[in-house]
Design a protein around this ligand. Structure first.
Ligand code: BDP
Length: 651
């Protein structure tokens, strides 16, 4: 084991208790809860010591960070990599340290019946958290939230500010998700002593740091820990079964009411589980499938309980949508109607911020999705911010939710039990966090998991079975590369998702082979498995502004021509069993440096700055045409039309 990774494992061994037991309900204000954002500038230092563990040896958490060495300003949320001019920080591997001094309201501290929670939306990859020098917890894995109850520690210092220290390590090994490896290059004439590099076997930059919001929030001591809703309908009656889990009292009294968008209570019930019936239901529909897409009700949950001499009350409001999802051998059904995914694959990625949550970017991306006529996306290659899924719920954008597993690492190590154990935890965290989003219609347990290797079969089988146990209401899949052997793992999924790059990685420059090869791909896979298929990736790099006619690889013309060649075969197969097409990729994104990439992956139909390339207009024209053809979209939604390539396109 490399020395660097050893530093991570020593920390793990200190305290086996992980931060996350519950706490997957998104923190919201309510009459009984308060939320305080800790975003903004934090103090920051990367531990450049040779073993990367000076911070632990010298206990940097025990006093203000500025006293143990120099600090710089670091914005949160953001990846730290592109914030400075220092290439060493951009490419840093190991522990970085964040710190912020915050005030906690006296009313929070004085009320012993108030829980004070510290929540990190996500930090990549391994995090340890201290408050006033006391360790409050740790968490493995980026892209998912974790939290700690800091009430007891904060109350020890009533009346003074509170110092929050978070150490984050981005090292990836065979058993992390995604996997990677640290290579030590021991050649004294060629590399400095102790030289190592982090190899990653996935195609995006290993951005690191605190990527999503850090919050303090309160709940009463008796609190709503989790809510699960499952929905159905019969004719015009909606059915919503709910389950509320309460912590802190064995005999809580639970009341729920469902409120519509006119603020009318349409159903209510008492008890920690039950079934609500909603007459004249407004179903949740995808964008472009109904004139009112994304209809949400609010499930208001109220809990009261006696705790000692006190009477405690907690309230939480959960947005819910009523819809069903089903799969047949040839169709993907939403509310019993065939749904065709005409969408994109995305990345959480942008200039300067890296993978940091950024509201202007999120809203811009949703405007671009609508401009394209896209009704769906895949959260390639990891769980996205909760804020993004909330937008999807509200706008009716359908989501395939991915775990953080992606690798083209052809090594059986990544299928060992240690990887599987962590992968199962990630699926639990993911399903628990995202199960109530109507926009999420399918889980994907992995992306291109070297499916031609025999250990992949049982590994995928276990993951799919486990995910179905966690949530029986949604189909489960994994994303496979159509070039790899077919059998491992695929028999267990509900929908076959295929990535293929004909005339790009094979038959380079030969656009003329696409329709033959794509046809063969579809017929083989459907013939063998009799399951609906989604073309989950296809695309070509296009350097923006690079032109050649007739098309040459890397020009905008080539990307456009390649997309068009795929589309003609899609049109034949979508009459049969093809249920979706997701272009790779929505926008250009940063990757590690290699001769395969020109300052990042350029398969975006938009640039990294979200400007359309020629391919974006091809997709836009196609998606609006498909939406109009389904006949369910009311003409143009009254938004008007725009001329594209001499044609009138609705927006
Ligand atoms: C696919 C991978 C994706 C890559 C893409 C590409 O799933 O992560 O970015 O290839 O090479 O196989 O552009």
């Amino acid at each position: 084991m490399g020395r660097l990774l050893f530093a991570v494992c020593v920390v793990c061994a200190w305290d086996a208790a992980h931060l996350l037991g519950g706490g997957m309900l998104f923190p919201r204000d309510s009459p009984t809860r308060e939320v305080k954002e800790l975003n903004g500038l934090w103090s920051f230092r990367a531990d450049f010591s040779p073993g990367r563990n000076a911070g632990f040896q010298q206990a940097w958490f025990s006093g203000p960070l500025r006293e143990s060495g120099p600090v710089i300003d670091m914005p949160v949320p953001a990846s730290y990599n592109d914030i400075t001019q220092d290439a060493r920080l951009r490419d840093f591997v190991g522990w970085v340290w964040y710190e912020k001094e915050v005030w906690i309201a006296v009313r929070w501290l004085r009320d012993g019946n108030t829980r004070i929670m510290l929540r990190v939306g996500s930090a990549h990859y391994y995090s340890v958290v201290w408050v006033n020098g006391e360790k409050v917890g740790q968490h493995e894995g980026g892209h998912l939230p974790f939290e700690a109850d800091i009430g007891a520690v904060a109350r020890k210092r009533n009346g003074t500010s509170c110092r929050i220290t978070i150490a984050v390590n981005n090292t990836l090994d065979f058993h992390t998700l995604p996997p990677g490896r640290v290579e030590y290059l021991n050649h004294p004439k060629r590399y400095p002593s102790g030289y190592f590099v982090q190899s990653t076997h996935f195609d995006f930059f290993n951005y690191a740091g605190i990527h999503r919001s850090v919050l303090l929030y309160t709940t009463p001591k008796v609190y709503i820990d989790d809510i699960t809703v499952v929905t159905n309908f019969s004719d015009s009656t909606g059915l919503l079964s709910y389950q509320v889990s309460v912590v802190g009292s064995t005999r809580p009294s639970v009341r729920v009411s469902l409120v519509d968008q006119d603020e009318k209570c349409v159903a209510s019930s008492a008890g920690s589980s039950g079934l609500l019936k909603i007459v004249n239901i407004n179903l949740w529909w995808p964008y472009l499938m109904h004139e009112k897409p994304g209809y949400l009700y609010t499930l208001e949950v109220q809990v009261t309980a006696e705790a000692g001499n006190s009477f405690l009350e907690d309230m939480y409001s959960l947005p819910v949508g009523v819809r069903t999802v089903q799969v047949t051998s040839t169709q993907f059904l939403i509310n019993n109607k065939p749904f065709y995914f005409h969408g994109v694959n995305k990345h959480e990625d942008s200039d300067i911020r890296g993978k940091g949550l950024d509201w202007p970017l999120i809203v811009k991306d949703f405007n671009l999705l609508k401009w394209l006529g896209a009704n769906s996306f895949r959260t390639s290659h990891y769980p996205y911010a909760e804020e993004v899924l909330q937008m999807c719920d509200r706008h009716g954008i359908v989501v395939i939710a991915n775990s953080s597993h992606t690798s083209i690492l052809i090594q059986s190590y990544i299928f060992e039990n240690a990887s599987l154990a962590h992968h199962l935890v990630v699926m639990e965290e993911l399903v628990r966090r995202d199960k109530n989003h109507p926009s999420v219609v399918m889980w994907s347990v992995a992306n291109e998991p070297a499916a031609e290797m025999p250990p992949a079969g049982p590994y995928i089988k276990t993951l799919v079975a486990h995910t179905k146990l966690l949530d029986w209401t949604r189909p489960v899949t994994f994303i496979t590369n159509s070039n790899f052997a077919m059998d491992h793992g695929v028999p267990y999924v509900d929908v076959v998702c295929l990535n293929s790059y004909f005339s790009w990685y094979q038959d380079q420059g030969h656009l003329e082979v696409i329709s033959l090869q794509l046809n063969e791909q579809f017929e083989d896979w459907h013939g063998k498995y009799q399951k609906p298929i989604i073309q989950s990736e296809y695309g070509a790099d296009a350097v923006p502004g690079l032109h050649n006619d007739p098309p040459l690889m890397f020009t905008e013309e080539y990307q456009k021509a390649m997309l068009e060649s795929y589309h003609s075969t899609f049109d034949q197969k979508r009459k049969k069993y093809l249920v979706g097409e997701l272009v790779w990729n929505f926008a250009d994104f940063m990757t590690g440096q290699s001769i395969m990439r020109v300052a990042g992956n350029k398969k975006g139909i938009f640039t990294r700055q979200r400007q359309p390339k020629a391919g974006a207009y091809v997709i836009r024209e196609r998606y609006w045409r498909i939406a109009n053809e389904t006949g369910v979209m009311p003409a143009c939604q009254g938004l008007g039309t725009v001329a594209v390539n001499g044609r009138s396109i609705p927006i």
